[in-house]
Write a protein that binds this ligand. Structure first.
Ligand SMILES: Nc1ncnc2c1ncn2[C@@H]1O[C@H](COP(=O)(O)OP(=O)(O)OP(=O)(O)O)[C@@H](O)[C@H]1O
Ligand SMILES: O=C(O)C[C@@H](O)[C@H](O)C(=O)CO
Length: 336
C-alpha cells in the first residue's frame, strides 16, 4: 500500500530548501575541541546532507538556498554540482553574509557535539523572492528543515515554498532538525515548527524534537502515538519518530505502526545519523517500497555514515546499502 502518492511526470524528483554550510570535522578524534588542531572540511547543513544523500542514491535532486559570495560559498555550489545536484536555484548573497561553520568535536562515539559559528549566515538570508513557484511545481517532492524557520527572511521563504508545494501537489517532507542555538527566543520554535508541520505530508524527527513542538500543548509521557495522531489531524500521512540507538517508529494515518530496528556498527561519531536515515528513507518511499523496507534502508544508511568521518561525503550508494544489509544478515546467522 502506497501511503504517499508522488505526482508523475515531473522534471525533478526531489528539492531541498534551507541550510548550506560547512562542516569542519575534527581529525584528532577522542579528545576535546580545546586540544584539537586540525579539521577536514566537508559540505554540511542538514538539508544539504539529505539532498546529497538522495542524489547519491540516484534521486534527481535540486536545492533552493543562499550561499556566501566568497570561496566557501563557491566550494559548496561546486560540490553540489559535482554531485549531480541542480544548483540553478541557489542564489548568492550580496550583503556580506558568511557561510555557517559547524566544528564537530568527537570526544568518544557516545560524546559528540557541534560548535556552531552562525552569526550573519547567508543561508538565513534566503528570501521569498528567491523561491520559484515554477521550480517547486516541477518536483515530485520538497524537503523543508526546521533551522530555516529560525529567522526572517528565510522563515517566510520556507512558508512560501510550502504554499507552492501544496498548490501543485508536491509532496512535502519535514525533517525537524531542531538546533536550539539557532533560535533567539525559546518560545518561538514550537510556534513556527507547528505552523509548518500542519502543512507537511511526512514529518521526521527525534522524540526530543517532537517534545519541543509539544511544549505548550502537552503530551504526558511523550507518547509517540499521541504525537503522530496530532499531525494526522492536519495534513500528515506518515510520522516518523526516531529514538537514536533504540531505533525508530513510523506511524501512518491509516492506523499502522512500524518499528525500524538499527544495524549495529562501529560508531565513530553519531552526527549525520538523522540526515542519512532521512535520505535513504525518502528514497525508499519514492521507489514505492513498503514503509518497513524504506526504514530498513534508512537505518542501514545511518549505520554506514556514523561509522565514517563525514556526513555528506560518507552518504552511501544503493549498492553499498544493499551490500551492508546483506552482510549484517549474514553476521546475524553466524553469531551464536
Ligand atoms: N548508535 C547507533 N547505532 C546504529 N544506528 C544508529 C545509532 N544511532 C542512530 N542510529 C540510526 O540512525 C537513526 C537516526 O538516529 P537519531 O535518532 O539519533 O537521529 P538524529 O538525532 O536526527 O541524528 P543526528 O545525530 O544526525 O541529529 C536511528 O533511527 C537509527 O536507525
Ligand atoms: O546541520 C548542520 O549544520 C551540521 C551538519 O552538517 C552536521 O554534520 C550534522 O549535525 C549532521 O546531522
Amino acid at each position: 500500500m502506497n501511503h504517499i502518492q508522488f505526482p508523475a511526470d515531473r522534471k525533478m524528483d526531489f528539492i531541498a530548501i534551507g541550510r548550506l554550510c560547512i562542516d569542519l570535522n575534527a581529525n584528532e578524534i577522542n579528545r576535546p575541541m580545546e586540544e584539537t588542531r586540525t579539521f577536514t572540511k566537508y559540505v554540511g547543513g542538514s538539508p544539504a546532507n539529505i539532498a546529497i544523500g538522495a542524489a547519491r542514491l540516484g534521486v534527481k535532486s535540486g536545492f533552493i538556498g543562499k550561499v556566501s559570495n566568497d570561496q566557501m560559498g563557491r566550494f559548496i555550489t561546486q560540490y553540489l554540482t559535482d554531485h549531480q545536484i541542480d544548483t540553478t536555484n541557489i542564489s548568492v548573497d550580496r550583503t556580506g553574509a558568511v557561510t555557517g561553520l559547524a566544528f564537530t568535536e568527537i570526544k568518544s562515539p557516545e560524546e559528540c557535539s557541534i560548535l556552531m559559528y552562525r552569526d550573519n549566515v547567508a543561508d538565513l538570508k534566503l528570501a521569498p523572492g528567491d523561491v520559484s513557484e515554477e521550480y517547486i511545481k516541477q518536483s515530485k517532492a520538497l524537503l523543508i528543515s526546521g533551522t530555516a524557520l529560525s529567522a526572517s527572511p528565510s522563515r517566510e521563504a520556507v512558508f512560501l515554498a510550502l504554499e507552492y508545494a501544496r498548490k501543485h501537489s508536491t509532496v512535502v517532507f519535514f525533517d525537524l532538525d531542531y538546533r536550539p542555538y539557532s533560535w533567539a527566543y525559546t518560545t518561538d520554535p514550537a510556534i513556527y515548527y507547528s505552523l509548518a508541520a500542519e502543512k507537511c505530508d511526512v514529518i521526521i524527527g527525534t522524540r526530543e524534537e517532537f517534545d519541543m513542538m509539544e511544549q505548550f500543548t502537552g503530551n504526558p509521557g511523550s507518547n509517540d502515538e499521541v504525537t503522530a495522531n496530532k499531525w494526522f489531524g492536519c495534513n500528515a500521512k506518515i510520522v516518523v519518530i526516531k529514538h537514536g540507538s533504540n531505533g525508530s517508529f513510523a506511524y501512518t494515518k491509516t492506523g499502522q505502526v512500524f518499528k525500524g530496528s538499527i544495524f549495529k556498527t562501529k560508531v565513530l561519531k553519531t552526527f549525520g545519523a538523522g540526515d542519512s536515515y532521512a535520505s535513504a528513507f525518502i528514497y525508499g518511499l519514492m521507489q514505492g517500497w513498503s514503509i518497513v523496507r524504506a526504514m530498513e534502508f534508512g537505518s542501514a544508511s545511518a549505520s554506514i555514515v556514523i561509522s565514517k568521518h563525514s556526513c555528506s561525503d560518507a552518504m552511501p550508494t544503493v549498492e553499498e546499502i544493499v551490500e551492508f544489509i546483506a552482510g549484517s544478515r549474514k553476521e546475524e546467522q553466524i553469531s551464536p
